[in-house]
Design a protein around this ligand. Sequence first.
Ligand code: ADP
Length: 413
Amino acid sequence: MTTPNTEDAAAAGKPSRVLVLNSGSSSVKYQLLDMDDRSRLASGLVERIGEETSRLVHTPPAGGGEPRERTGRIADHDEALKAAAEELAADGLGLDSPDLAAIGHRVVHGGLRFTEPTVVTDDVLKEIERLVPVAPLHNPANITGIRTAQALRPDLPQVAVFDTAFHTTMPEYAARYAIDVETADAHRIRRYGFHGTSHAYVSRRAAELLGKEPADVNVIVLHLGNGASASAVAGGRCVETSMGLTPLEGLVMGTRSGDIDPAVTFHLKRVAGMSADEIDVLLNKKSGLVGLCGDNDMREIRRRVDEGDERAALAFDIYVHRLKKYIGAYAAVLGRVDAVVFTAGVGENSAPVREAAIAGLEELGLAVDADLNAVRSGVPRLISPDYARVAVAVVPTDEELEIATQTFALVDN
Ligand code: ADP
């Protein structure tokens, strides 16, 4: 056995844990990670905050037993975070621990200013607040989460990790809408993109899977969850993404339409007499797969397709057709593609979606091996045959780990 030297001993005492908070308008997801070995210590979800039916589900560390559940009203984010802190303390992972290095927050909209993870100061909070008009649903909840965490541990660095940051490298010609420049600039209307933490993580892991440096590969990432977005990443930098001013643009999603002729909205207003808010709800909540066939869970849609349900089959075809259009477009944007990578709930789990999206794209060098595609696994893997010119891969995303990694990198000095 070797005796630890002084440097090792000092390192052993350094705080290495990061709490990651993802605060929504009525929910908070949390994960405590140990950055020494990038392990997940515990995690949980508080949902329906402010309602009588609030629920907290806490998953203790491995070997710590079954997930624990609390039900009954949790009034606000402050109570939610305190309840989460109690659960963590019950596992011996209290937030008052000197092992906690920082709290990392997912912040949806960072506008143009935040291109990197940022330690939260009063000025940073003010800027996140200034962005509320372009992210009315998300940024207020993120701000509440940050304030609550600050109150709990005022001594700790709070780090904001922005969903938009990875996309700030998009060239101006990709980020700007072709509308009147003065109007666009006055209202900060441009394409920002979202899911950036996932696109950053997955594109890097894809490079690793190919045995290359991120700087040496061009990849198309398809993040297909309930929300869905594509990105074109050239040499580690995002050059194009499918979401725009808001997450509504781009792919067909669980409940969002994705790309649509903007004139549809005038038509709905003038002809159907709908208000802006009603159209907002229609396009964000009642469209996409749910609007097309009544279901937004790809498992259920596939079950219905297999039973011969025509509406489900059409919804599936529309979903896949849009994906193909984006793969083709991004192949053109990138010029050379090394990999097409599927991630998130649908991308990681739905072999039929992957197969259908790549089918017929042999001219682009793309093919899927049926056996490899059928394998269910939680690790990054190739699903293309050896002969394919372009790799097709499945890379599970891990936004919490990426937020923790970025947070820790900023405070570990
Ligand atoms: P988000 O984070 O956007 O809420 P996820 O990335 O968790 O979403 O993806 C959720 C979606 O993944 C579900 O709506 C469902 O369509 C899909 N999904 C999850 N598991 C499977 C599966 N085994 N097969 C097919 N689709 C799945």
